[in-house]
Design a protein around this ligand. Structure first.
Ligand SMILES: C[S@@+](CC[C@H](N)C(=O)[O-])C[C@H]1O[C@@H](n2cnc3c(N)ncnc32)[C@H](O)[C@@H]1O
Length: 515
């Protein structure tokens, strides 16, 4: 065994399996301590803790084959390899395991070799021939044919890929495009290559951010993924921070298993508070995971009956935003491009400039001391384009703060309170309007109440795992009909507390819909 990993405790704490994972965990912790901080973030070196690795390795259905071929791309210290070897050795039918563990960072190879040796030794004791081949290199160049290919005959690809946004012009994105995948993030590139590496019927098991489940950024990737694989199981964590607690990652992650060319059957959705706790389990028809008619192919993860009720309630609503004739766009002012127009303290001749920080309790408080300019002055006739005419607008934050209880935070811009002036909305806001001009008061308050309700929040969380609220997400939802929204809005001139708001929305907007 190599270098500082020589001293991996040889003790066996219980059965054969405890021995391997405990020792692999020790290697992982040592490897984490030795990481170069800047490489850790640039190469996404957040290794999977033992319990999470066990949970991930428990997901695939082990095939009835004598030899299991496994790909572990971005293997790090080899924790996932150890977890799958451990599982196979605890079973009966598989006689041989051949793992290809790919790692880019040469400084991690001693740790990876140490885990590989532990796996092979463990296999010998359990009567399973285990071989871990270490491929030092970049999984993208290896799998896109730029170097010797790893092949496409794997039974299983198991991964905790690195996360990094990929620019459109990056070589990684272009290489993936050349083989038919549009990947905006390194993790999506790994998943794509994982899928391509599998034989038909092979399985992919991954822990990734949930962000690919919705939104335009991942749409092409999601659509191709859904054409190539069928999801078998998805596991969500209620607490976003705990899985990688010792690594500093704050991401909402999911673990999923999917079969290449698999049938669309029931999907098992499991959830636990974190990777150590008890698991809730339910099974949903595939159509509930991905609605067949959904043009954006959102992946909806309903973890309990209340989620299901919210999805059914919203799905049964009669109107789309297009039918309401309402548009959603992002605010027109990109502040760093129009610095000259911005005023910290608004002057009488400037237009109000509204940032997300101006939204509070369903209203827009302006001017407000939020450390952002509050006025937009016109320097040039073309600056008018940045403004919207006086009117009622519903504003939704594009990025909700982590501490906010709801994902969708909506408020009404009321022109009466602001002398009927044109107004400038900053780009971190989604703006609901009628073709560039204001809504009527009732519709604005009705939409605001609806968007702030708990049923919408719950519905939204079934397909969005991040704090971002895209205009596409808002367009993709069903809404109550215009009359209902107006009746709801006519009851309000501010936002009641959540309980009263939900009761009002429940009694008015969620009435059974008749044709
Ligand atoms: C999130 S870590 C996961 C490591 C390990 N699979 C685990 O679960 O503990 C991702 C790993 O991928 C490696 N990596 C990053 N980019 C890579 C690339 N292009 N090719 C191969 N490995 C890469 C990193 O060095 C890191 O070890």
């Amino acid at each position: 065994m190599s270098g500082r990993f020589l001293s991996v405790p040889a003790r066996r704490l219980g059965g054969v399996s405890e021995g391997l994972l405990d020792r692999a965990e020790w290697v992982r912790v040592e490897a984490t301590v030795g990481l170069d901080q800047s490489a850790q973030s640039t190469q996404g070196q957040y290794f999977t803790p033992m319990r999470a690795a066990e949970l991930i390795a428990a997901l695939p259905t082990l095939p009835k084959t004598r030899c299991l071929r496994v790909l572990d791309p971005g293997a790090g210290s080899g924790m996932l390899t150890a977890a799958i070897v451990d599982r196979v050795c605890g079973g009966q039918q598989i006689e041989r395991v051949e793992v290809t563990a790919v790692e880019l960072d040469s400084s991690l190879l001693p740790a990876l070799r140490a885990t590989a040796e532990l796996c092979e030794e463990h296999g010998r004791r359990a009567g399973v021939r285990v071989r871990v081949n270490i491929a030092h290199g970049d999984v993208i160049t290896l799998q896109t044919g730029m170097e010797t290919e790893l092949g496409d005959g794997f039974d299983l690809a198991i991964m905790n890929p690195p996360y990094k946004k990929l620019a459109a012009a990056s070589w990684q994105r272009r290489s993936l495009e050349a083989i038919g995948w549009d990947v905006g993030n390194l993790y999506a590139a790994f998943v794509a290559l994982g899928v391509d590496s599998l034989r038909p019927g092979g399985q992919l098991v991954a822990i990734t951010p949930r962000s690919f489940a919705n939104g335009p950024y991942f749409e092409q990737f999601r659509k191709r993924l859904l054409r190539q694989v069928a999801f078998d199981q998805i596991h969500t964590f209620e607490s976003r921070s705990t899985v990688f607690a010792d690594t500093g990652v704050l991401q909402e992650n999911i673990v999923f298993s999917a079969t290449k060319g698999g049938e669309h059957g029931l999907v098992t959705i499991t959830s636990s508070r974190d990777h150590t706790g008890e698991t809730n389990e339910r099974r949903v028809p595939y159509d509930e995971l991905v609605a067949p008619g959904d043009p954006h192919q959102f992946i909806r993860i309903t973890t309990d009956d209340a989620d299901d009720d919210a999805v059914r309630a919203v799905a049964s609503l009669p109107a789309s935003l297009a039918e309401l004739d309402v548009k959603v766009s992002t605010g027109r002012v990109v502040d760093f491009r129009t610095r000259g127009n911005l005023q910290q303290i608004p002057k009488p001749d400037s237009a109000p400039l509204i940032y997300p920080g101006n939204l509070r309790g369903g209203e827009v408080l302006w001017p407000r001391s939020i450390g952002k300019p509050q006025g937009f002055r016109l320097l040039d006739p073309t600056d008018h384009k940045a403004l919207m005419p006086s009117g009622y607008y519903v504003l939704v934050k594009r990025f909700s703060a982590k501490e906010e209880r709801r994902r969708i935070v909506a408020a009404v811009w009321d022109p009466i309170q602001h002398d009927g002036k044109p107004v400038a909305f900053e780009n971190h806001l989604n703006v609901f309007h009628f073709g560039g001009s204001g809504l009527d008061r009732e519709l604005a308050w009705g939409l605001c109440a609806w968007l702030n309700s708990s049923v919408v929040d719950r519905y939204f969380r079934t397909f969005s795992g991040h704090t971002q609220v895209n205009a596409t997400d808002l367009r993709s939802m069903n809404y109550p009909c215009e009359d209902t929204l107006r009746r709801l809005g006519s009851q309000l001139d501010d936002l009641p507390d959540q309980e009263r708001l939900d009761a009002l929305v429940g009694s008015m907007a969620l009435e059974p819909v008749t044709a």
